[in-house]
Ligand binder design. Structure first.
Ligand code: HEC
Length: 152
């Protein structure tokens, strides 16, 4: 079994456990109720969290563009910048406010970017990179379907 397939299995186990929560949240889209679980943070924490989210989106854009050009060095560096190294900068006071499943999805996202960085350092198959990125984005969408930030 290829390494990327093994990784996909781990991801799928996590995503399966989240599927129910997400489908309940999506079902809310037909009416005006927001059923995503609120996470209460300070105004400054929310600003920092949303900036980190935009960094994630920039990362996804840069990796897609670099993979298209078979520029694996850029893919590897861009992915590593949002790996566990970045997760370790989250203040402990903020970590305490996160529900367990939120923390699990956040950690899996950072770890998956480290794995993507590693894949890019040994692969010359852009499509493998894009497929791995598509799998990571399932965690982005699962979490977005489940949670929102509210100022406490
Ligand atoms: C662990 C949960 C989680 C993960 C994983 C996650 N996000 Fe988010 N993201 C959120 C929450 C919560 C919000 C705020 C939504 C709200 O309050 O309406 C958000 C907001 C955003 C925003 C809006 C930022 C703004 O300025 O308003 C972007 C863009 C974003 N996320 C991108 C991503 C991308 C890309 C990924 C995956 C690489 C990702 N996120 C992974 C939870 C997550």
């Amino acid at each position: 079994m290829k390494t990327s397939q093994k990784k996909n299995l781990n991801l799928n186990t996590l995503l399966f456990s989240l599927a129910l929560a997400t489908s309940i949240a999506s079902a809310s889209q037909g009416n005006s109720q927001d059923l995503r679980t609120p996470i209460f943070v300070t105004a400054a924490e929310r600003v920092a969290l949303l900036a980190e989210m935009r960094h994630f989106l920039d990362t996804v854009q840069e990796i897609s563009a670099a993979a298209t050009e078979n520029d694996m060095e850029t893919v590897s560096q861009t992915a590593a910048a949002v790996g566990m190294k970045l997760a370790r900068t989250t203040p402990p006071a903020l970590l305490k406010k996160f529900p367990a499943s939120f923390s699990e999805m956040a950690a899996t996202t950072h770890i998956s970017f480290d794995e993507l960085s590693l894949s890019a350092s040994v692969s010359d198959e852009p499509l493998e990179i894009v497929a791995e990125l598509a799998d990571i984005m399932l965690i982005c969408t699962a979490c977005h379907g489940s949670y929102r930030f509210e100022v406490e």
